[in-house]
Design a protein around this ligand. Structure first.
Ligand SMILES: Cc1ncc(COP(=O)(O)O)c(C=O)c1O
Length: 369
């Protein structure tokens, strides 16, 4: 049996008729940019998250950049960033001339480690850019305590965590701002690029909106040099079809994760990321760790099962950042080891039980279990 890592065709078929209707209306009205679909989504997503405001943007990378700009990041300002994430997290800081200071991740959750982050704070630190990696909230209380102690802002990179909860509250409103990606593979994805910023400070979110629309506060009145980063209506329509399904989709991901945990616990040297009390993951990825990662991946491929490595290299080893970040040899050991060990197995709402059992059986057979 061939098992894909993700099958967006199955997703599309679930929303096809509603989407066709919405898209036809957009085409009839020619409301391609900043139309009613975009407003509808902003209102619905803010309400879903329980935050005061949402601005839809062109993509998640822009959401990070514009959030940092809205917070006034200046060249030379230091921002603490986890060393294990997608490149865009660090890229946004560097693009604005900020200095990335990498902190290591927790050995069990692979999320930002508050104790390690605390050790990296200097007089030049202005904020923390935390990542809810793989759909699992980072230690929000620990990071917020650190921010309060040193007067730092917090930006949540929530690109992988649509609907995830920390102590019962959805992520996206804990920091001054949160940045979202709706890249097609995300739990809430559109069929192209899309992003958003959310928060509880309406003025700050409006600043992001203005920066993403050429710094305008009203038509042709530009109070800042911004950029063009707007969600188009066709993509907003996809999100409007998918948002009402998100909780059920996340619940199915949770069920799949639970079955994987049952099938794979104690197999070989395989380790799964733990489920901690008060932390509700939305399983954007189902990540396992093993010293034999590359062999396992090849074994699965031979059995027709797709898997993926998110991410093969920690951020401090990326060539683009050489010379821009100060990292001593042997520093950030957990993030470094994660790059060698992690493997993500298929997890998406439409994955069938037969498919996930085939994945579980193939992993077990690799370890001779
Ligand atoms: C953690 C993280 N941050 C930022 C991004 C960037 O989002 P986008 O691809 O929409 O620019 C992504 C997604 O790819 C991501 O996974």
């Amino acid at each position: 049996m061939n098992v894909p890592i993700l099958d967006l065709g199955r997703t599309r078929r679930r929303i096809a008729s509603q989407l066709d209707e919405r898209w036809r209306k957009i085409l009839d009205d020619s409301s391609f940019v900043l139309g009613p679909e975009v407003r509808e989504f902003e209102t619905a997503f803010a309400s879903y998250l329980g935050v005061a405001a949402c601005v839809a943007l062109g993509n998640g990378t822009d959401a990070l950049i514009l959030a940092l700009r809205a917070l006034g990041l200046k060249p030379g300002d230091e921002v603490i960033v986890p060393a294990f994430s997608f490149f865009a997290t660090a890229e946004a800081v560097v693009l604005l001339g900020g200095k990335v200071v990498f902190a290591d991740v927790d050995p069990e959750t692979l999320n930002l480690d508050p104790a390690d982050a605390a050790a990296r704070v200097t007089a030049r630190t202005v904020g923390i850019l935390g990542v809810h990696l793989y759909g699992r909230p980072f230690d929000v209380d620990g990071i917020l305590a650190l921010c309060r102690k040193h007067g730092l802002w917090l930006v949540e990179d929530a690109a992988q965590a649509h609907g995830a909860r920390w102590q019962g509250t959805r992520v996206g409103g804990f920091g001054q701002l949160a940045a979202w990606s709706f890249y097609p593979t995300k739990n809430l994805g559109c069929f192209g690029d899309g992003g958003a910023a959310t928060g509880n400070d309406r003025e700050l979110v409006e600043r992001v909106r203005s920066l993403g629309n050429h710094g305008q506060t009203s038509r042709y009145h530009h109070v800042a040099v911004g950029t063009n980063s707007r969600l188009d209506s066709l993509q907003a329509a996809v999100l409007n079809c998918r948002l009402p399904l998100l909780d059920a989709d996340n619940a199915r991901r949770g069920e799949i994760a639970c079955r994987y945990h049952g099938a794979l616990a104690g197999v070989g040297d395989l380790r799964l990321l733990p489920d901690r009390p008060g932390v509700q993951s939305v399983y954007h990825q189902l990540t396992v760790r093993t010293a034999r990662r590359d062999e396992l991946m090849a074994h699965l491929k031979a059995a027709g099962i797709a898997s993926a490595i998110h991410y093969p290299s920690p951020l401090h080893h990326q060539p683009a950042l050489a010379g821009l970040v100060e990292v001593r040899d042997g520093d950030l050991p957990i993030a470094t080891a994660a790059g060698r060990e992690v493997l993500c197995l298929p997890v998406f709402p439409e994955l069938t039980n037969e498919e996930l059992e085939a994945v579980g059986a193939a992993v077990r057979s690799f370890f001779g279990a």
